[in-house]
Design a binder for this molecule. Structure first.
Ligand code: PHE
Length: 346
């Protein structure tokens, strides 16, 4: 039996060495040390041994059992290590792989162009002014020479705020243009003045591809001694040529706005056909751009400026339209509905 046991030990150790997988090892273990395993099988013969033999063999059998258990454990550990190594290899992190980009916002196309406009006018000595979007009827209309019964009020129908009217300044309205800031700045700073006023304005208007109830304008105002329309022409030629990056020509046509006299419509030469006429300028060679004119004496008076000493011009153009022209945007609503698929293109 001693020999049997010794043989079992050598054979089992050899077999353990040959196992290729943890499952093979487990099977082998059951086969040798399990309840119906080979060791148990051999030990069944113990009952036939003599009384002296029994303790020696019993001791030997226990030793072999411990040795084998140990061998199985060692080999199992090896398998686990190999498994772990494999896992680690598979799980490797490639630090050179590109990361996940953080989502950054960026400046809205309207604000981008507004900034360019401000920079150009700044460089010509104009300050950028601001004013309230909720205005009084007085600043939006009366002070600008548009009395209550004036038909020009119909051209700029607006939204009224539900609130009892102020004694002198009338109802509160959403401003229909940036022109009220002309009066506010005259009141606050007096002459001379060189300002532009970019800002949001509102009209009671049906929405379509080229009209929205909300849009953006830029007002311009220059007041000093001996100011004439030639200064306006010079400033606008410089402004548009720099903004659009080609030598722009300016054309004045008569126009009517109650707060200027004479009043003008200002066009500039079409970039696409250089004046010869194309689809963009509707075959005229000119793009209609804005209203302007010499500030009406009544407006200077409302602003507290002596119209005998000072005169000046004002203009107002649609920043929204400028952005649409700049980027060839065919629907104004894209600029105000906050759709990221649109915004991300700028
Ligand atoms: N406020 C006018 C408008 O919104 C534009 C304008 C401004 C015209 C200044 C003349 C002078 O239509």
């Amino acid at each position: 039996m001693e020999q049997q046991l010794a043989k079992l030990q050598t054979n089992t150790i050899a077999a353990i060495g040959k196992t290729k997988t943890i499952n093979d090892l487990k099977d082998l273990e059951v086969n040798i040390l399990g309840r119906k395993g080979k060791l148990t099988e051999i030990l069944k013969g113990v009952k036939d041994l003599t009384a002296e033999q029994k303790p020696t063999i019993g001791k030997l059998a226990n030793e072999i059992k411990t040795t084998l258990e140990n061998e199985f454990e060692q080999k199992a550990k090896k398998f686990k290590l190999i498994e772990l190594e494999k896992q680690l290899l598979e799980e490797k992190i490639d630090v050179t792989e590109p990361g996940i980009k953080a989502a950054f916002g960026h400046v809205h196309p309207l604000s981008q162009v507004q900034k360019e406009v401000e920079d150009i006018f700044n460089s010509m000595g104009f300050s950028v002014m601001d004013g309230p979007e909720v205005e009084s009827e007085y600043y939006n209309f009366e002070s600008l020479n548009i009395p209550a019964d004036h038909p020009a009020r119909d051209m700029q129908d607006t939204f009224f705020i539900k609130q009892a009217p102020h004694k002198e300044h009338g109802h509160l309205v959403l401003r229909t243009h940036t022109s009220p800031v002309q009066i506010r700045t005259m009141e606050a700073s007096g002459a001379p003045l060189r300002i532009i006023v970019p800002g949001r304005v509102f009209r009671y208007e049906a929405t379509d591809a080229t009209h929205d109830a909300t849009f953006d304008q830029v007002e311009g105002l220059m007041i000093d001694k001996d100011i004439s329309l030639s200064h306006l022409k010079g400033v606008l030629t410089e402004f548009l040529s720099r903004l659009f990056d080609y030598q722009v020509k300016i054309r004045f046509r008569p126009g009517y706005f109650p707060f200027v006299e004479p009043g003008l419509e200002v066009d500039f030469s079409c970039r696409f056909c250089a004046g010869s006429g194309c689809r963009v300028c509707k075959k005229t060679g000119w793009i209609e751009f804005m209203g302007a004119g010499m500030v009406h004496p009544n407006v200077l008076k409302a602003g507290g400026i002596d119209s005998e000493k000072y005169q000046g011009w004002a203009f107002g153009f649609g920043l929204t339209r400028l952005v649409m022209m700049r980027y060839n945007i065919n629907d104004i609503r894209h600029l105000y509905n906050g759709d990221l698929r649109f915004i991300k293109q700028f």
